[in-house]
Ligand binder design. Structure first.
Ligand SMILES: Cc1cc2nc3c(=O)[nH]c(=O)nc-3n(C[C@H](O)[C@H](O)[C@H](O)COP(=O)(O)OP(=O)(O)OC[C@H]3O[C@@H](n4cnc5c(N)ncnc54)[C@H](O)[C@@H]3O)c2cc1C
Length: 250
């Protein structure tokens, strides 16, 4: 049974019409970077709860969540309308194995994300441990428009600290801006046709890489299928180490 804590909204950031972040204060137990918790509201006398990844580092007690406001969704339109000081239920204990504790140390850690699926990586990247465990971290973020990269400043700040150790690659699904450093298309296709690896100059190879996947289930399934079929990758399980770790958002 989930144990709940009552939190208070401290800040809301409205990035675009459908992307926002909430920061709340609550008494919850410690979590590992990459884990998620549950947020809930009473709507028409019914408790509606959903899973959300912590995006703050585990030491930071301002609990932050990056959320996509789903049209006609059961919870997100209500989260979007919350105001400062409103109450919100948050599960006391974090959940999930989408953490680097479960990943064997290797040279290259690939963090592939779509949309709000960048969330757990923001927590992992702010936790610093990952920079001791992996020589090179490659954050690949797929969004529709460049304006949707709402945590670009935060990621750039982390890059300033770790410089060459962090590579940031933006992939836009809508071709609008002409910018040589941006790729266009879908993550699985750009891996299949070699564009992503060529652009970054690093091969996704079982000898030296672990691939994390977060967000859209189609991106995850297609990327995983390709890496398993053509590159000999396997799922990372608690009792059987592999080199693909993923978190599907729906
Ligand atoms: C482990 C885990 C962690 C998650 N972390 C996050 C997070 O940090 N941020 C976040 O925005 N969502 C996250 N989600 C998704 C979240 O739990 C909800 O499903 C989502 O917010 C929709 O809730 P809703 O009640 O408004 O929509 P519902 O009425 O439940 O409708 C669900 C439908 O919305 C669509 N959908 C769900 N999530 C997304 C999304 N992120 N982007 C686009 N379409 C989506 C799918 O079509 C899905 O079938 C996570 C899910 C899981 C399983």
């Amino acid at each position: 049974m989930t144990k709940w804590s009552i939190g208070k909204i401290k800040e809301i950031k409205y990035w675009t019409n459908n992307l926002f972040s909430i920061i709340l204060k609550a008494k919850v137990n410690n979590f590992f970077a990459g884990q998620f918790t549950k947020l809930a509201l009473k709507i028409n006398n019914k408790k509606i709860q959903r899973a959300y990844s912590y995006i703050n580092s585990p030491e930071n007690k301002n609990y932050e969540f990056y959320i996509s406001n789903i049209n006609k969704g059961n919870l997100t339109p209500y989260l979007y309308k919350l105001k400062i000081n409103d109450k919100i239920m948050i599960a006391k204990n974090a959940l999930g194995n989408f953490t680097i504790n479960n990943v064997k140390s290797c040279k290259n850690l690939w963090m592939l994300s779509t949309g709000t699926g960048i969330g757990p990586y923001l927590s992992i990247l702010q936790d610093n441990i990952c920079f001791r465990k992996f020589k090179q971290i490659i954050l690949v973020h797929s969004i529709r428009y460049i304006e949707d990269f709402n945590y670009l400043n935060l990621v750039k700040k982390i890059k300033q600290k770790y410089y060459n150790q962090l590579i940031i690659k933006i992939i836009l699904t809508k071709k609008i801006n002409i910018n040589n450093s941006i790729l266009y298309g879908y993550i699985p296709n750009l891996i299949k046709n070699g564009t992503l690896e060529k652009d970054i100059g690093i091969k996704i190879h079982t000898n030296n890489s672990h691939v994390m996947l977060c967000g859209n289930p189609n991106m995850i399934k297609q990327t995983q299928k390709f890496l398993e079929q053509y590159r000999n990758f396997s799922k990372n399980l608690i009792n059987k180490k592999g080199n693909i770790t993923y978190e599907q958002y729906w």
